[in-house]
Design a protein around this ligand. Structure first.
Ligand code: PMP
Length: 452
């Protein structure tokens, strides 16, 4: 078991080393008083060590901060940089579009968009694609379309899911009771009026909710990835599809993170049949881009609704959505970077990463678990691995997490700030993975007082 006094002392030591080692980042943070929370976006205050590191350069899976430290980056922009930072084919496509040909926002389509639509259909199955700039917007617009086509008011979410800052999604189950998620900022209406909630891996709970007959859509990640990774149990995803069809509820797979599973995400890997796929972040190779894809039947049903304003101010769309630059970057990412061979390599590296973490856990007999979904690996401070979001949220240990994050950062390794997630890119190397295993082993050795 973890000795909390030892953990507290180690965390203080590591924070002091971080502060001493990063004077330029500290100075920038100190003088950013005109930013709300001192950061460009308030979530950048999710920092384990008092102030964030400031970015100087990033290329492939390496990041350099303002103080000149170099990192093996397993955070990869929490998936936005799963293609690696500034991959060459994307840089070339962006330069070609923006500099050579010129024009990002002319309000005119480019031929790249049809190529991207066809490629997304090949990978994810659904046949009619539209674009957004963020996964949040892709989800918001998909939700609106499904409310319109069903005439039903509510959306069902899994407890402790994350689908972006979508109003309807901030709902959890607490002791079996649906509630607004703690800290929910300025909810437009009480979330239990717009949403229903079930536990991941709980088909009975799902059926109980859908039987109310007022749910337009279930939106889910085929594996939860935002509260650790929670994998679906045998039969669960098939059950979700069967039950959703039974009650006339549409199914949205949000593949923004589960894209790590393979070229067609979890939908492609597991042969799933959602009505809608949403995806953001990684598909743009670092340039903002997102998309939602509808089944052909659903697209036709939506187009047949009289009076629906899909063209002007009806609530789906944004001026910059589908802009030529985002689309060019998306094409380059899918065509040249996040390819099938790249995913195979990324998955192998993630397997190596996970085995390394497991070896250390076993050596120290820690009651922790490691879970992997393709190129994404995460460890949780509980074993066996949690089967639902609520179970996984109970296994959180912020102090322990902070210690590991600062310890690793002080030794040249970045993990995703919001959890113990490591992601592989096409540019990640075996040396980086081995460096992580050695450093993780040292951290745990110091924590348990045994060097393993
Ligand atoms: N869907 C999922 C599954 C996500 O993990 C996230 C963000 N972590 C989003 C949607 C929202 O993405 P964005 O913040 O880029 O809108």
């Amino acid at each position: 078991m973890i000795d909390r006094d030892r953990l507290g002392a180690l965390l203080r030591r590591e924070r002091a080393a971080f502060a001493a080692g990063n004077p330029r980042s500290a100075a920038e943070y100190a003088q950013a008083g005109n930013l709300f929370g001192r950061v460009p976006m308030t979530w950048m205050n999710k920092k384990a060590a008092g102030f964030p590191l400031y970015l100087a350069e990033a290329r492939g899976a390496r990041v350099t901060d303002l103080d000149g430290h170099e990192y093996a980056d397993f955070c990869l922009g929490d998936t936005a940089a799963m293609a690696g930072h500034s991959p060459e084919p994307v840089v070339a496509a962006v330069r070609e579009r923006f500099e050579v040909a010129g024009g990002a926002c002319a309000m005119l389509p480019t031929p790249d968009a049809a190529w991207v639509g066809a490629e997304l259909t090949r990978r994810f199955g659904v046949a009619r694609w539209s674009f957004a700039l963020t996964a949040t917007d892709a989800n918001r617009w998909a939700i609106r379309l499904l409310r319109a086509v069903t005439g039903r008011p509510r959306i069902l979410f899994n407890s402790y899911c994350y689908h972006g800052s979508v109003d309807e999604s901030l709902i959890v189950l607490e002791d079996g009771v649906p509630r607004s998620r703690e800290g929910n900022v300025g909810a437009p209406v009480e979330v239990t009026r717009t949403s229903r909630v079930a536990e991941f891996n709980d088909l009975e709970g799902l059926e109980r909710e859908l039987a109310n007959g007022d749910v337009a859509a279930v939106i889910m990640e085929p594996a939860l990835t935002n509260i650790g990774i929670v994998l679906p149990e045998d039969g669960y995803l098939e059950g979700v599809r069967r039950i959703s069809r039974k009650y006339g509820t549409y199914l949205i797979n949000d593949e923004t993170h589960t894209f790590s599973a393979g070229p067609g995400g979890a939908t492609g890997l597991w042969g799933l049949e959602p009505d809608v796929v949403t995806i953001g972040k990684a598909i743009g190779g670092g340039i903002p881009a997102a998309a939602y894809g509808l089944s052909q039947r659903l697209a036709e049903d939506i187009e047949a609704i009289p009076g629906l304003d899909l063209i002007d101010m009806g609530g789906v769309g944004g001026t910059l959505a589908g802009n030529a630059l985002s689309i060019a970057a998306t094409r380059a990412t899918l065509e040249h970077v996040l390819t099938e061979p790249a995913f195979r390599r990324m998955s192998d590296l993630a397997e190596m990463f996970g085995k390394g973490v497991q070896r250390v856990i076993d050596e120290h007999r820690l009651p922790w678990s490691v879970t992997r979904l393709g190129a994404r690996v995460e460890y949780r401070f509980t074993s066996p691995a949690p089967r639902s979001g609520t179970e996984s949220s109970r296994a959180g240990d912020p102090e322990l997490e902070d210690f590991l994050h600062v310890y690793l950062a002080n030794r040249g390794i970045l993990l995703t700030p919001f959890h113990n997630m490591a992601l592989m890119s096409p540019a990640t190397t075996e040396d980086m993975v081995a460096h992580h295993e050695r450093t993780f082993a040292e951290a745990i050795g110091e924590l348990t007082g045994r060097t393993g």
